[in-house]
Design a protein around this ligand. Sequence first.
Ligand SMILES: [Fe+2]
Length: 301
Amino acid sequence: MRPHVELIQEADLCWHKAELPRGEGKVRQRNLSYDEEDGSASMRVLFDSAWEREAGYHHADIEWYVVQGTIKIGDRLLGKGSYYRAPAGLMIPKVSVQEGTEILMFREYGDWGFSLAKKNRADFIPRGGNTASNEPGEFTVVDTSRMEWMPNVYEGDTQRFLKLKLLYHDPAPEGENNKGFVTMLAWAPPGWSDNRMVHHPVFEEAYSLEGNLVYNFGTLDAGTYFFRPAKVKHGHFVAGEERGWAGFFRLDGSLINWITVNERIIVEGDALNYDLKTQAPVIAGIPVRTRSVGDWDLDGQ
Ligand SMILES: [Fe+2]
């Protein structure tokens, strides 16, 4: 249960003490999206001091993306644009974070728990909470600054002009679109547009890293974020002319584009004591928004 968040600006949100148990240091987080049932969450995290934590395993699948600063994990130094992922229960080495570092932190299928340990939680650690694979889970480290943008792997005419950097891919088996997981950077080049409305069988989540993209829920500028549950329509995209738009994306399965054209909504009812034009009720299900992105004009409702 994650609510439909679309659209928020991260800078509008309040800070919380970071959910990073077993670590030493001063850290805070902004909650972009939070599942109060299983503890899954997407957070922007700021390390106000140096921070470190000994080896052990997380109780959720976790992903860290370095927005700025430096992280040392085991013997590896990770700078801006680096990414790592570990499935729940997989032992990861000691982590040290430099003061002032900022990351995007994601937990899935579990809460903030972390157990200090020198080995994995069990003999077999699955690839992730939504996997259909029988392969053992692995520790993934990627430096996106050393990767080239690749063509969009997902079908769809105008969508093929999007560019991707794939960070983690646990493929969905044939006929099971809702299994597996995808994490990637996506870039809509300057002037890219797609005037249709689309929806997917899976959730889609993105944090805007740079540029801008106007679409039915508003404008994606740096620091904006959405978590869109499966089957919510979205579209009418127009990317900015200068740099286009780039964002950090997560999907809990295979991205299939179902297309709607000539969309319309028909709500029928007889108003007993109010004016239909000025006093009509809104539909339930208006997504979570913050002040600087303003009201939704209901395009695509
Ligand atoms: Fe989409």
